[in-house]
Design a protein around this ligand. Structure first.
Ligand code: BGC
Length: 738
């Protein structure tokens, strides 16, 4: 009927433009008549149901597996025709207008651009902890939207982006892909990044579900942890992020959890994700994470990723067909798998807004990357206001180390992005997986020269410690860049900086009391020289236009406002596990005991044990000062709301974070339950109203499988870091469900 009405109006209206529009409207209307699932006034579920009813059994099987479309493939697995070179590909079903799924890694930008597609490049965001350290969900959203739009313009419609494994292990090789140690902070950041991606009509994949918190033995090890502890920590991060971001897919991880593979874990996928959280999207496996057909499918896995290359066999083809024939898997479950995949495709707009070649505004995207670092870099130390540098007066600056003359370091593995201009320092081992070691071509040296035009800004490599110290001695200030490359699949055995860099810093600091250290790293590193340097700026992996962001931060053009999303251990003895067995080789153990700290990840562990870390969670300095007023807490049922007044009492504009922590009755450690970042001009103040997440007031009752707020006295405190809190406010809460 619709198409008829459209045609009638078109015969009346004669203008060429209107005719064109009408033809389009007519086509669209006739499309929804012949393909009713294209009617976008229907819900994604209803549309998926209509489409599912049209699929043959073979077409259903086509949708529940992807193919590897990357390099280094065995001869038995030819490149999938029609795919963009990337991590995964599901061919289209053209007779029904179902688009292909083109999947790319993209946690920090459209990944492996050059490794996958020689000559291609993308905009690299800084490392995940930088975005988390911004404590600004809008920064996360913007970064996600930037990546999503680049991906869409390159033809990708599924991103393997949304890493949220908590930093239980500061030596984890993938911490640079994640968002720190706290469930609320990580979830609000990653959830918003996912929203940003999906608003560009690209499905985002939160990962790695779950407790894949170290790389050593990642394909074999079992994370041992009780139900209550995991629900209150790693799973709470997923729960909250999924609520905020509504990712179309969830990637189950490589490891086992309490003895069962993550990708065949009924508790994680069926009971928690799909039953308790009512998750409507699909679960895809990690690449090589599937070990069975019937067991995985019945436990809730919906799609096998690149099994022809990474799994022992493609379980979601012949073995699954056999399991169906034997009645081990029900047809209804296969239909549910397909329904979930189609539903996510409709929900993110994959049919309506097909991804394809489109121009990319690289300059605008680079600005997003630069501003992310400007919002997230953490000033850890600043003795005698050494920073900001007075760039209008300085005559000489020594820049030392970490190839700061050429670029900024990136982390290795599947998340690696090749920026425009390629690798600024090629050839450093490992040059193959999980390498190459990559430097993005955004040199701090040039940016510092631009920032301080009157100064002579000289560079020393740092390999020659004496030469570096000599340059420092004759300069007014010395900026030493130190680095630690980390990568997917390998953890680091300890916190030390490699390649004699501690000696370099010591020598430079001895030669020049005005020494500033800039860190490029994945997770906390030991700083034996800390007391002897004037300032330390943490940039993790700085990403696109990182050199300029660093220059802007050091020169005070931008006032640092990042706050640590992780605790910074003093040494390994402070950690729940002193060693990572197997990290340097040999067979890793079968299990890792996460029950040691349980839900007390990061700062909660330090507080519960009475240990003082080197830097506490939430810590970060500014070039201005802030005063936090008295905390007020209002309770409406179990919904608590904190109010605090923050004033910029210094002479520079800057941003501060009000962090609200709750002590539940009887707990030895606090929990971050709400936060807000505020930008204030000198003298300005703002009253911040911060709602507290009720699940952070609650315990997870494993017996009843539900959250329970235990009646009693809750103490709420606020401050600029987890270790600097004002007077607590006590609130009496009744026993309740949050
Ligand atoms: C990683 C995933 C990644 C996948 C595809 C795996 O090795 O664990 O994070 O998305 O490869 O590249």
């Amino acid at each position: 009927m619709k198409s008829k009405a459209a045609a009638l109006r078109c015969t009346v209206l004669k203008s060429a433009i209107v005719m064109g529009l009408c033809m389009w409207a007519g086509m669209a209307a006739s499309q929804t008549t012949t393909r009713p699932w294209n009617d976008n006034t229907l819900s994604p579920d209803a549309r998926a149901k209509l489409l599912l009813a049209q699929l043959t059994q073979d077409e259903k099987f086509q949708l529940i597996r992807s193919y590897y479309a990357g390099p280094d493939r065995p001869a038995t697995a030819p490149f999938p025709k029609g795919a963009i070179a990337s991590a995964g590909y599901v061919p289209p079903i053209e007779r029904l207008g179902i688009p292909a799924l083109e999947e790319s890694d993209a946690g920090l930008g459209v990944a492996s651009s050059d490794r996958m597609r020689p000559g291609d490049h993308a905009t690299p965001l800084p490392a995940g902890p930088v975005t988390a350290a911004s404590w600004d969900p809008q920064v996360a959203y913007r970064g996600g939207a930037m990546i999503g739009s680049e991906a869409h313009s390159k033809g990708f419609n599924v991103l393997l982006a949304g890493g949220i494994n908590l930093t239980r292990e500061p030596r984890n090789g993938r911490n640079f892909e994640y968002a720190g140690e706290d469930p609320l902070l990580a979830a609000t950041i990653v959830g918003q990044a996912i929203r940003g991606i999906q608003d560009q009509h690209v499905i985002s994949t939160i990962k790695h579900y779950a407790l894949n918190d170290q790389e050593t033995g990642r394909n074999t090890i079992s994370a041992q942890i009780g139900e209550q502890a995991m629900r209150e920590s790693d799973l709470l991060a997923f729960e909250l992020a999924i609520e905020i971001g509504k990712p179309g897919s969830v990637m189950c991880s490589y490891n086992k959890i309490n003895g069962d593979w993550a990708c065949e874990n009924d508790y994680l996928m069926n009971q928690v994700l799909k039953r308790d959280w009512k998750y409507p999207g699909f679960v895809m496996s990690d690449w090589g994470g599937v070990h069975s057909a019937a067991k995985s499918v019945n436990a809730g896995l919906d799609q096998e990723s690149a099994g022809e290359v990474f799994d022992k066999e493609v379980y979601f083809d012949a073995p699954l067909r056999a399991a169906l024939a034997k009645g081990e898997v029900k047809q209804a479950r296969l239909d549910d798998m397909v329904q979930r995949i189609l539903r996510s495709m409709f929900a993110a707009g994959l049919f309506q807004y097909p991804a394809g070649k489109a121009p990319i505004d690289s300059q605008a995207n680079l600005k997003v990357a630069r501003e992310t670092l400007e919002d997230g870099a953490v000033l850890l130390r600043n003795e005698n206001a050494l920073l900001p540098l007075d760039v209008n007066k300085l005559q000489s600056i020594a820049v030392i180390g970490a190839h700061a003359d050429k670029g900024v370091l990136a982390g290795g593995g599947s998340s690696l992005v090749t920026a425009m201009g390629g690798n600024a320092v090629p050839g450093i081992a490992p040059t193959t997986w999980p390498g190459p070691v990559m430097y993005h071509p955004y040199a701090p040296l040039k940016a510092l020269r631009d920032a301080a035009p009157k100064a002579s800004v000289q560079y020393a490599e740092g390999n020659d410690v004496a030469a570096a110290a000599a340059l420092a001695a004759k300069s007014q200030v010395a900026v030493v860049f130190v680095q630690k490359w980390q990568a997917e699949s390998i953890d680091t055995a300890d916190l030390s900086l490699p390649d004699n860099q501690d000696a370099l810093v010591e020598a430079v600091a001895k030669a020049n009391p005005h020494t500033i250290v800039v860190l490029e790293n994945s997770g906390p590193v030991a700083m034996p020289w800390l007391e002897r340097v004037g300032a330390v700026l943490e940039t993790w992996y700085p990403g696109g236009d990182g050199g300029k962001a660093i220059a802007n931060l050091l020169s005070g053009k931008v006032n640092p406002s990042g706050r640590l999303p992780v605790s910074w251990p003093g040494d390994l003895s402070q950690l729940p596990r002193r060693d990572i067995p197997g990290v340097t080789g040999g067979t890793p153990p079968e299990t890792v005991d996460y029950a040691i700290e349980g839900a007390n990840v990061g700062y909660r562990w330090y507080q519960a044990k009475g240990i003082k870390p080197l830097f506490p969670f939430g810590f970060g300095l500014s070039y201005t000062q802030f005063k936090h007023g008295d905390l007020k807490v209002d309770a409406k049922g179990t919904q608590l709301q904190a109010t605090v007044d923050v004033t910029n009492t210094g002479s520079r504009a800057g941003a501060d974070v009000a962090q609200v922590y709750v002590h539940v009755p009887g707990a030895k450690s606090a929990r971050l339950a709400g936060y807000a970042k505020v930008f204030l001009k000198p003298g300005e103040h703002r009253t911040l109203t911060i709602p507290l997440e009720p699940r952070l007031l609650a315990d997870f009752d494993a017996g009843k499988h539900e959250w329970v707020i235990r009646g009693g006295q809750y103490s709420v405190s606020e401050g600029p870091s987890s270790a600097d809190l004002g007077a607590p406010v006590n609130v009496q809460l009744p026993t309740a469900r949050p």
